[in-house]
Ligand binder design. Structure first.
Ligand code: ZN
Length: 342
């Protein structure tokens, strides 16, 4: 990007009510077959239009083609049985019924490549595509085959790398790996989590991002946040590994969070997607609120490496609120951009 402070979102946008139940995470599709394919493409077009109308610089599909940021990818892999479900505790936080790994996992066919080509054909703006990270994937499954989180993560990294290379081929400019699990399992991140992410990114020449947030604004997450104390220092444990990695951009939760902003100093040199929009609240930020968060981040990120963004995905919000937040992000970034350009 040549523009100073290019804006983007962490990923998901609300789905239209004709595609899936609004304001509901992981809501089932309302259509099937060819009608569903067409509806997903229409929703992708709408999501793109909303971003362009708001003035977002780096656009995405708004995750209109997936039900869940992890399981939709896993559904397309061999070795996972979606009928055989077990209840596990995700990120040490909430219980969920998840599919079971029953054999060797492999990617026999592309997952999002056609969707990415479709988005690429709609716009010449830079596009960002999100994939789950290996560590977050293994945390959303029951493993009855490998019996090793690390082994399974390496296998997923191989599948992710195949997908990522084809997404790059399809014209994606930034591939983002969502790793909220990095905020929870620090020892594993430093032991093998970062290494498996490197495996997923191997050979990519497009930009590589990692998104590490404190989760959507659902109750299990907001309850967990209450236990984290006044200062959230989780990033401190993993930033030294990230700084040494080949990751280009790091997407972080900064607005209304208890993350001490100075932790960002630990990844000096990386581009930082500074979350300046709170996705766990229906209150639409004022452009000045966004600007204040960005100004604070500028103490620790060089201006040419600051990418204003949202804290996380906006799938659970209403479309009106999400639209308002996109506009606030763009206006807030514009305030700081004009200050920087004097
Ligand atoms: Zn997130």
């Amino acid at each position: 990007m040549t523009r100073l402070l290019p804006t983007s979102t962490a990923g998901s946008l609300p789905k239209p009510s004709w595609l899936a139940e609004p304001e509901t995470l992981w809501s089932p599709w309302k259509l099937d077959g060819a009608a569903l394919t067409e509806a997903k493409e229409d929703a992708l077009r709408v999501a793109l239009c909303e971003q362009q109308a708001a003035g977002i610089d780096i656009v995405s599909d708004g995750e209109q083609t997936r039900q869940h940021f992890v399981t939709t990818f896993i559904e397309h892999l061999e070795g996972v049985d979606f009928e055989k479900r077990e209840t596990v505790t995700i990120r040490n936080r909430y219980e969920a019924s998840v599919p079971t790994v029953v054999g060797e996992v492999s990617r026999q066919k592309p997952v999002f490549v056609e969707d990415a080509k479709f988005l690429r054909a709609q716009t010449s703006a830079p596009i960002k595509w999100a994939l789950p990270g290996p560590m977050t994937m293994i945390d959303t499954l029951y493993d009855a085959h490998y019996k090793s989180r690390e082994k399974l993560a390496w296998e997923f990294a191989v599948a992710l790398n195949e997908e990522a290379r084809e997404l790059q081929e399809a014209g994606v400019d930034i591939i983002q790996f969502d790793e909220p699990a990095f905020n929870v399992f620090f020892e594993e991140v430093n032991d093998w989590g970062m290494a498996t992410l490197e495996r997923a990114m191997e050979g990519l020449t497009c930009e590589k991002a990692v998104h590490i947030c404190y989760g959507y604004g659902i109750k299990a997450n907001t309850d967990w946040k209450k236990t984290l104390g006044q200062e959230w220092r989780q990033y401190e444990e993993i930033f030294p590994s990230i700084r040494k990695s080949s990751v280009d951009l790091v997407s972080l939760e900064c607005h209304n969070s208890h993350v001490p902003m100075d932790l960002i100093e630990l990844i000096r040199g990386k581009k930082v997607m500074v979350g300046a929009i709170d996705v766990a609240s229906n209150v639409i930020e004022k452009p000045e609120d966004v600007a204040a968060t960005l100004r604070e981040a500028l103490n620790f990120v060089d201006a040419d490496k600051l990418y204003p963004c949202t804290n996380c995905g906006m799938a659970p919000l209403s479309r009106d609120v999400a639209r308002g937040k996109l506009a606030a992000l763009v206006s807030g970034a514009a305030i700081v951009r004009s200050e920087l350009q004097g």
